[in-house]
Write a protein that binds this ligand. Structure first.
Ligand code: ADP
Length: 393
């Protein structure tokens, strides 16, 4: 019977899962799926590694399926479909590991309590991430669980890269630049030596362009700077998040518009970014297909901000050997990749447009001084690997 690892990624209204089987030295995806629309119109779908639907279930509008119910459904599904596999543990995606967790950690009640202390640092994500851990600790205390953090990969950044120019005691208290999407960057860093050995040893900027978006400077495969800061709202404009914002704007909104923290939170997390600027959609595909001038403006601002952050990260690295595109937009939009590469021409990127249209993996011309690549990310596999490592440690 082969060993297996389950991976859970819990969001506010969805619970994604995947199952990996041990094959020799690595792990192979067996199936994946999600329960989504929790609290509104819950539905469940599971697919095999090759994309065939194994099970689809719609509970219907208004059905009272919460995270607890969704988890029970997923556990029952896995028990049915993991025949011939022996489940050794569960790996969880947890957005915030605070200052303390620079590595994945095996979770018991004490660690869970610790992770609950980081809820104020990521109030929109952390509570949901921790819910399935708590439920599994109650229901299956014998099953090992490992928390893998989006912040952990960045903890090795130089202290300067983690600092705000605020009074020192705030830094010591934990008000610092954490950086996120670390599991994605760690996965890309693990693939880079196979793709581009020079860049893997040298200076690379990875562009994780999904609904959430950030960029990370890698030096020799280690994170040295990132666009996200204290929270996942900093840096690039995203689907609905504003990205970098002068804190004076927040003060203005409080003083002149009478907005409180919750109203500003809603504005900067849910109503800004591509959605706010375009007034059309947060979805890149919709914007690219739209003829609305405001959709075009949102795309212009998106690409402009990426180009500026790229210059900043190249400065942090002292030069640039490669850029790597990943996540939904980075992996799929040749148009956005082409525009970003145009903005990076001064950094030595020369695009091979047919290669870009064909989806890479190499996007840059053979004589391009700086390489450009596209590489699909795989955060779930990274979590499964970490979980396996923790269990065998
Ligand atoms: P999340 O951060 O939720 O994991 P994804 O990495 O799945 O998000 O990225 C979602 C984004 O990717 C959306 O804006 C979507 O429009 C965009 N996207 C997906 N496929 C394409 C495509 N073929 N062309 C342009 N954008 C795409």
């Amino acid at each position: 019977m082969a060993d297996a690892i389950a991976v859970l990624n819990a969001g506010s209204s969805s619970l994604k899962f995947s199952l990996f089987a041990q094959t020799g030295t690595d792990l192979e995806l067996v199936l994946r799926g999600q329960a989504e629309g929790l609290g509104t119109a819950p539905r469940f779908v599971a697919k095999s590694a090759s994309g065939d639907t194994l099970c689809a279930h719609d509970w219907g509008e208004g059905a009272q399926i919460d995270h607890d119910g969704a988890l029970a459904h997923i556990v029952a599904f896995l028990q049915q479909h993991a025949q011939g596999l022996s489940l050794k543990g569960i790996g969880h995606r947890v957005v915030h590991g605070g200052m303390r967790y620079a590595q994945p950690v095996r979770v018991d009640r004490a660690v869970l309590q610790d992770l609950e202390q980081f809820i104020p640092l990521a109030p929109l994500h952390q509570p949901h991430n921790l819910t399935p851990i708590r439920l599994m600790l109650e229901q299956r205390p014998e099953l090992p669980q490992v928390a893998c953090f989006d912040t952990a990969f960045h903890r090795a950044q130089p202290e300067l890269a983690q600092m705000f120019a605020l009074p020192r005691e705030l830094h010591d208290e934990g008000v610092r630049r954490y950086g996120f999407h670390g599991l994605s960057y760690e996965y890309i860093a693990s693939r880079l030596p196979h793709l581009d050995p020079v860049a893997a040893k040298g200076r690379t900027v990875v562009l994780h362009l999904g609904n959430g978006a950030s960029m990370c400077a890698l030096s020799g495969g280690r994170s040295v700077a990132s666009t996200m800061g204290f929270t996942a709202v900093d840096g690039l404009p995203m689907g609905t998040r504003c990205g970098a914002l002068d804190p004076g704007v927040v003060l203005y909104l409080m003083d002149q518009r009478g907005m409180d923290a919750r109203a500003i939170e809603k504005l900067i997390y849910n109503q800004s970014g591509l959605l706010g600027v375009s007034g059309v959609s947060s979805d890149m595909r919709t914007l690219l297909a739209s003829g609305e001038p405001r959709a075009a403006l949102a795309l212009d601002l998106y690409v402009y901000r990426i180009a500026r952050e790229l210059g900043s990260l190249a400065a942090a690295l002292g030069g640039l050997d490669a850029i790597v595109f990943t996540a939904g937009i980075g992996e799929n939009s040749a148009a956005i990749r082409a525009r970003v590469c145009q903005g990076a021409a001064w950094l030595g990127v020369t695009l091979d447009e047919p290669a870009n249209q064909a989806g890479g993996p190499r996007l840059s011309a053979a004589d391009s001084p700086t390489a450009a690549w596209v590489l699909p990310t795989n955060e779930e596999l990274m979590i499964a690997r970490h979980t396996q490592r923790q269990l065998s440690a």
